[in-house]
Design a protein around this ligand. Structure first.
Ligand code: PTJ
Length: 243
């Protein structure tokens, strides 16, 4: 039992949840390593949504507004950490939700689907096809889901798939605490923030956004600028660390 007054209580509770979800087969063991790296970056941004993250979340909402067929792509870590936030995002935006895994097995797909459905999401189902030119199983997706989406919101996106989707002309929005990752640099837009903080920011921005604001934000979209700003925030945070 983790004592609630422990200074790292939230972080320890999340680790415990991920470890349990790994034992249950929702999270891949590799997902625990991915989380550890993300935790380190979260430390560097001060474990809060920065001004740049909030700005990027608004741009993400604007892109979803402009999309014809947006699909939220969910992997094991995303379901374990943010099933409720995914369901709420779908409720507000009406987007499709599809489970798409790097370490794919039918059993994991079923478990993650169940977790999302228990949170209230409607998950796309059907016969997946190799619709993305990739050697690994993230190529497998549904023709009425990621296969035909004009925008894929892929939190914790994989660099290869991000590049492949971009080469196919798709808009890719990702949430990634690492502003240096290949995904962060190749996505149309990267929100450098922790998943469970970023998803509600995007959802609420979507809910309150006027069509005029969405147009303006999409016209001025500059992912390179936002990544540079995120890195500058890390540098500022570091320079204050021992003050
Ligand atoms: O469930 P599966 O089989 O699809 O596998 C999922 C993992 C995460 C194992 C797989 O997609 C993977 O290996 O991912 P990567 O290439 O390690 O990329 C994950 C990225 O997400 C890294 O850049 C992490 O910094 C970032 N990340 C991890 N957890 C969070 C995060 N970003 C924001 N919030 C998080 N909670």
């Amino acid at each position: 039992m983790i004592p609630p007054d422990h200074p790292r209580y939230r972080s320890l509770v999340i680790r415990e949840r991920l470890a349990r979800c790994a034992r249950e087969g929702v999270v891949a063991l590799e997902g625990l390593a991915a989380h550890g790296r993300a935790e380190a970056f979260d430390y560097l941004i001060g474990e809060k949504s920065t001004a740049t993250a909030r700005e990027a979340a608004r741009v993400a909402a604007a892109l979803v507004h402009k999309a014809r067929h947006p699909v939220l792509s969910v992997n094991g870590n995303t379901a374990a950490l943010a099933a409720d936030e995914c369901a709420r995002f779908q409720e507000v935006t009406g987007c499709g939700v599809e489970v798409n895994l790097f370490h794919r097995s039918e059993e994991r797909i079923a478990r993650i689907t169940r977790l999302l459905e228990e949170a209230g999401a409607t998950v796309l189902k059907g016969a997946p096809e190799r619709l993305i030119p990739l050697q690994h199983d993230r190529a497998l997706c549904l023709p009425n889901g990621i296969g035909s989406a004009d925008l894929v919101l892929g939190p914790l996106e994989d660099g290869d798939r991000c590049e492949a989707l971009r080469a196919m002309g798709r808009t890719v929005v990702t949430i990634d605490l690492n502003p240096l990752s290949r995904t962060a640099r190749t996505a149309t837009l990267t929100v450098v923030d922790e998943l469970t903080r970023a998803m509600p920011l995007i959802t609420e921005a979507y809910r309150e956004m006027s069509p005029g604001e969405a147009d303006a934000l999409v016209q001025n979209l500059d992912n390179h600028y936002l990544l540079q700003a995120a890195i500058a925030e890390i540098v500022r945070e570091l320079s204050r660390a021992l003050d």
